[in-house]
Write a protein of this length. Structure first.
Length: 422
């Protein structure tokens, strides 16, 4: 490893600073400052299959990673000047849409000022196969966790464009490892599993960054961002004036990071009430330990009659994610018992949640279809309007929310104009 005195690296333009760094950093001890390339020391302990599937098998499917080896994976790293292992530090892992790391020039000021560890993988761009890309991201994240004292409640997964979509995909599947997500000029949907949706709503903050001239602005600002807000996720949108499809400047990034940090206390309090909402610092749980801890959480939760639905959905999640484990069989017995009971309160909660997500989605889709679209998305407008018409029809058929039904009847004629080309 090429060790350069830290003070030599932080003065002067960022480009000049980068020229001072050489070689591949490896081993457990790294000097504070910027490292152009650091090598992952071991494969991740974090489940890299689940973000791409609805189960967590004991081993990846054949050919899943195509011969990938964790210990040759590299990443860009910045370790803030005041770093010491006596306390936990915030982390940003940023995913590039290309094969080179990206984002550090925009995050550098925030990392210096707020004391943030920054990492960005190599060879994890949009052309990288999904299973390998997710594995790379989690290899890098877990390597940072092994080497340094990190704060899970202030660990943020970000990315630009396609990297932002992957950031959402990973964080929405594994919310216990993150405090928030920073998708730039991109966004993503929550998973279909109710228990995961609820954990994301309870734990994650989502800072959506886009540009005034970004071709994905409509998707971020009028579609996915509003959906996240409407279902209860702590989410905020920044639109940087004059910016197109790019990573915003350091001022916007600083605001977003500070806002994400503002939610850390609530995340910490949640973890005290429900420890499984936050991953252990050493990430040592295997799949059986995870299932056992989640089942214990669900069995405690079900004692509170107001949380029966939450507990049952968590048990359902266990049965789907780890169907071969004894915890899944035990959870299945409980699910069958409650399904046979006459008490319908948890069923009412289920319907209410479905209604809430339906309304959020149709409002977001309607807003996206009805507003300005970039040239490359204009041809999709009619299909978006048809989809919104279909969903508003479901709202009217449900008929249980009078205000929503009135809204549907008001919006349908406008959407039909789009379909008819008027």
């Amino acid at each position: 490893m090429c060790r350069v005195p830290f003070m030599c690296r932080v003065h002067g333009p960022l480009a000049a600073m980068l020229t001072l760094i050489c070689g591949l950093a490896s081993g457990q001890e790294l000097a504070v400052g910027y490292h152009k390339q650091v090598v992952v020391t071991a494969k991740t302990r974090i489940d890299s299959i689940y973000p791409l599937a609805n189960q967590s098998p004991a081993s990846p499917p054949n050919g899943w990673l195509g011969g990938y080896q964790s210990t040759v994976q590299r990443y860009e790293l910045f370790l803030p000047p005041r770093y010491n292992a006596q306390r936990a530090w915030p982390v940003v892992v940023f995913i590039s849409p290309g094969n080179q790391p990206s984002g550090f020039s925009s995050f550098h000021k925030a990392c210096m000022s707020l004391g943030i560890i920054f990492a960005s993988p190599y060879d994890a761009g949009n052309n990288c196969p999904g299973p390998r890309r997710v594995r790379i991201v989690l290899d890098v994240l877990d390597d940072v966790r092994r080497r340094f004292n990190t704060d899970v409640d202030r660990t943020y997964l970000g990315g630009f464009s396609g990297g932002g979509r992957i950031a959402c995909q990973v964080a929405f599947a594994l919310p216990e490892y993150f405090g928030g997500v920073i998708p730039v000029c991109a966004a993503g949907d929550l998973r279909e599993e109710s228990w995961l949706r609820r954990r994301c709503i309870d734990r994650l903050s989502v800072a959506l960054l886009t540009g005034e001239r970004d071709f994905n602005r409509g998707e971020v600002e009028r579609f996915r961002g509003p959906i996240l807000k409407d279902v209860g996720v702590r989410a905020r949108i920044w639109v940087q004036a004059g910016m197109g499809h790019s990573v915003p400047g350091d001022a916007t990034v600083m605001q977003a990071i500070k806002w994400l940090n503002d939610g850390a206390t609530d995340r910490s309090q949640l973890a005290k009430r429900s420890p499984t909402t936050r991953a252990a610092a050493d990430a040592s749980d295997n799949r059986a330990d995870q299932a056992r801890r989640l089942l214990a959480d669900a069995e405690k939760l079900i004692l509170d009659k107001s949380r029966t639905y939450d507990a049952l959905m968590l048990m359902k999640g266990i049965t789907v994610r780890w169907p071969d484990l004894p915890q899944a069989k035990r959870a299945t017995r409980t699910l069958l018992e409650y399904d046979a009971q006459a008490d319908s309160r948890w069923r009412e909660d289920d319907i209410a949640e479905q209604r809430r997500f339906l309304l959020a989605r149709v409002r977001g889709l309607d807003g996206y279809a009805s507003g300005p679209l970039a040239k490359q998305y204009e041809a999709q407008r009619v299909d978006m309007a048809r989809a919104a018409i279909n969903l508003w029809g479901q709202v009217i058929l449900d008929g249980q929310d009078a205000k929503a039904v009135a809204e549907a009847k008001e919006r349908l004629p406008e959407l039909k104009k789009i379909v008819d080309g008027r």
